[in-house]
Structures are given as C-alpha cells and as structure tokens.
Design a binder for this molecule. Structure first.
Ligand SMILES: [Zn+2]
Length: 495
C-alpha cells in the first residue's frame, strides 16, 4: 500500500475555509448584535459584555493572550476621557457678553476651563497657505468659513492642530447664512461627549478646540464691521489674497467641561506560527458601535458586528488547522478593537502601544461591514469592495485577486482606491492606523446602505450567504500571507 499523497496547500486552505459557515457567523452575530449588548458603545456596559464574549471565544479556541501585565491577557485596557460641555460658558468682548449656543458653540476638548484672556490671530480661511510665516504654537486663531460641513470643519481643525494652535474661532460671513445652518454639522457633537485619550496632549499633536461664533461676535473679534468684511470678501473673491488689515480684539472666555475618565478595551488572541512565528499577520475588526440613541438600541449588526464575527470564525478555522498539524507558518493576531466609531481610537491605541512589534507585522486585513449590499450592487451578484491593498504593497493587491480567482470568484470592486473619491474610505476604518505605520493593509467592505449608522442595522437584514463568501476570501488571503515563503514587500506609497 502506498500512502495517500499529502494534500496540497490549496486543498488544505479549502478544507479549513469550509469550517467558516453562515450558521456559525449567524450564531455569534445573533449574540453580540442583540439588544442585550446595547449597541456596544465605547466605555459602556454593552461594549464590556462584547469584550468578555470575544475574549472567551479566543480563550476557548486555545489562542494565546498576548497582553502583558493585564488582568486578562486577551484584553488591552486603556483610559480615555469623556468631556461634556457645561452650560455655564461665558464670552465677553469689551463690555458685551455673549451666550453659549445662541452666540457661540464649541467642539473638542476645552482649553478654557477657567476664565482666560485670548488675543486671537486672524488666519483668513485657515488654509495651509494662510499660516505661512506665522508662529502660532499654543496660540488662538480666528478664521472664516464659507462652506460649513463636517469635512470642512475637520480639515480646518486638522490644519490648525498641525501648527500647534490651541483653539480656533470660526465665523461664517456669507450673506444670508444662518448660525443654525453653520453650526448644524457640529451641533450633534456639541451635545454629545467628546472622547479622547487620557494622555492626549492638548496642543502639539493634540487637537485644537474649535468654536463657531455668530457674525456679530465675529465683527467684534476682528475689530471690524459689516462694511469691512464685505470689502474683504470681495477682494478675496477676486483672487487677490488681501493682507488682513483687521486688528483682532482680545476677549475673555470660559468654557468649562465635565471630564470623566473611563476604561475601554481592545481584545485579541494570538495563534502562534511555526517556522516564521516572529512575523505577524493581523486580522482586525472593530467590535464597538454607537450604543443607545434616544432610547433605541443601534445594534450595528453590519457595522461592525459582521467584521467581529468574521474575525472569530477565521480564528476558529486557523486554530482547527493548527490542531490538525496544519498551523500557519507566521503568527496571526486576531484583533478586535474598541473606539472605532469615536475616531478609530482603539486601533490608534494599539498601533501606538503595540503588543507585538510593528516592524514584524506584515499586514493588516481589516473587515468592517461585510454583511449587506449597497445600492450600486443591488441585484448584481456577489461582490466586495477591497480598499487600500494597492497602496503599500503591489504583492498584496495581487494576492487578493489571485485568491479570489482561485477560490471565491466574487466581483472585487476597487473603485475606492481612487484618491479623488470623496468618500475617503481608505482613511475611515482601523486599517488606516496600520497603513500610517507603513504596514500593508486590505480593507474589506460592502459599502454603505440605508441602515448605515441607523437603528435598522439588524441581524435580520444580514445576508449570510454573501457574507460567508466574503469571509472565505479574507481567510484565503490570510492563509496565503501567513504561509508564503517570503514576507510581502512594501514597494509603493500611494495616497
Ligand atoms: Zn465600522
């Protein structure tokens, strides 16, 4: 009798991929995306319950808890600060006093917990060029805004923050623009607490606080009037960048916040590799969601319950392979992070405090929303958006396509790799914190749908057959990355 031929690597991958089933995905998702888990909001009870559930799965699968010095080696705890604006904010320019919410509003972490005298510097529209030749570290600036929107605010805050600015005062002088419309994009954030790392510096690397003021306040702050502004706007429109002749007035401001510390956690399990165990592949997803809003539980079944249970199922498949003598050559870290919905905070914390060396981390495969269909693909068959795989490593991009061709045959939609795409998805989930450190990433995503960040993101609407195929593709990609002879090379740096 001759021994049966050893199964090929591809056959093995197929055997273990088949252990990832819709039934198992549904079983886990029906638990973590149930009302009992209260929408898994960062720092809240439901998030802790989900953390406990995931940690137990990793433990039961026989994965190693890699977190040193933690009460639970599968859990990386860290402290955050939740800041809520008080109602006793004051602003006074000369003899005139102004009212919080009617005349000015704030966003971010306050630099003015006690009354402070501020001498602002005018920086035009707050564009990169407006800062040229100015040393503004720790200073306060006043700038104009013409197209209020969250992206506009974010980019102005980011630019100011990169200059080390302490606070920015924004004013919209566009004729006819109402203060309500100008503040609308930010209003929801003003009433909800801001969450930041406890150790986040207020300036230099931290985020500048932003205040929006009414035109009436803006005139006073700039030491001008409507005629002065009209003249300025006309000149700015004609293309010439008028040197600002404004002489901003100093003012007194107090905007206290209640600050409350809380602890949140990333949860992870490590499957040790064989001959290349000092190299690590990360399979990530965020397990937090947005919690309970106006008494309604937002279950986040797709966002990102779907990614979380995909990570659990891939962990199970690889653990099974290892038990049967077919464990991966490289180690794999199954990483579920918190704080994504608050600004990719859990993955930022992980990459700033890595449990395994980043230099030895070969790639991150991130799964965020893989259980639904977006409008563009309705009735068009199986697909998944793959984002970012071509940015740092051409090999990774090729591997995803080869694995799909060999095994899953779904439509790979790469449209969001276009740097001109306004959605900027490449920057909007946890893989970006790895990419920032030049670690190749691939982000698997079904696109947004009507229930995105809505109360209707429920398990009952998840399309498990489609989801299973997507998870298989991610698994095959992971299998290839973890078992290939040479580590994938970082050979590009695309935006
Ligand atoms: Zn998400």
């Amino acid at each position: 009798m001759t021994p049966a031929p050893a199964p090929s690597a591809a056959d093995l991958a197929t055997a273990y991929a088949s252990s990832i089933t819709q039934e198992d995905l549904r079983k886990h998702l029906s638990i973590i995306a149930s009302d009992e888990y209260e929408g898994r909001e960062t720092g809240e009870k439901g998030q802790k319950m989900a953390a406990e559930y995931i940690a137990k799965q990793f433990k039961d699968l026989g994965l190693v808890g890699p977190v040193q010095g933690s009460d639970n080696p599968y859990v990386q705890h860290f402290t955050m600060v939740r800041s809520t604006w008080g109602n006793d904010a004051t602003l006074a320019i000369g003899k005139q006093t102004y009212k919080w919410t009617t005349d000015f509003l704030g966003y971010g972490r306050t630099p003015f917990a006690t009354e402070t005298t501020v001498q602002p510097v005018f920086v035009g529209y707050g564009l990169e060029a407006d800062y040229a030749g100015k040393e503004l570290k720790g200073k306060d600036v006043i700038m104009l805004i013409s197209e209020p929107g969250m992206n506009e605010y974010r980019s102005k805050i980011a630019t100011a923050s990169s200059k080390g600015v302490r606070s920015i005062f924004l004013v919209n002088f566009t004729p006819g623009a109402s203060f309500t419309a100008t503040t609308a994009p930010i209003a929801a954030y003003v009433s909800r607490p801001t969450i930041m790392f406890k150790d986040a510096p207020q300036q230099s690397g931290g985020r500048a606080a932003a205040f929006i003021v009414t035109p009436a306040v803006g005139y006073k702050m700039l030491g001008t009037n409507e005629a002065g502004i009209t003249k300025y706007l006309a000149a700015a429109k004609s293309g010439s960048q008028p040197a600002a002749s404004f002489k901003p007035a100093s003012f007194r401001i107090k905007t206290p916040q209640n600050q409350q510390e809380f602890v949140t956690e990333n949860v992870m399990g490590l499957l040790e590799g064989t001959d290349k165990k000092d190299e690590y592949l990360v399979c990530s997803a965020h397990y937090d969601h947005v919690g309970v809003i106006k008494g309604e539980v937002y279950n986040g079944a797709d966002d990102d319950g779907s990614g979380t249970v995909s990570v659990l199922e891939m962990a199970e498949a690889f653990a099974k392979a290892k038990k049967e003598g077919h464990g991966p050559r490289r180690s794999i870290l199954f990483l579920t992070v918190t704080g994504e919905e608050k600004g990719l905070l859990g993955s930022e914390y992980y990459t700033d405090h890595p449990v395994l060396p980043l230099a030895q981390t070969i790639a991150d495969l991130n799964t965020d929303m893989v259980g639904r269909t977006d409008k563009d693909h309705e009735g068009k068959g199986d697909y998944v958006y793959v984002i970012g795989s071509d940015k740092l490593s051409s090999e990774l991009h090729t591997i995803v396509q080869n694995e799909n061709k060999q095994h899953t045959n779904i439509d790979l939609d790469f449209r969001f790799n276009d740097p001109q795409d306004p959605n900027r998805f490449y920057y909007r989930s946890d893989h970006y914190n790895f990419a920032k450190h030049k670690i190749p990433v691939a982000f698997f995503f079904n696109g947004v749908h009507a229930d995105y960040h809505g109360a209707g993101d429920e398990v009952s609407k998840i399309e498990f057959p489609q989801m299973e195929k997507r998870v298989h593709l991610i698994f095959y990609t992971a299998w290839d990355l973890a078992n290939r002879d040479t580590r994938i090379v970082v050979d590009s740096n695309k935006q």
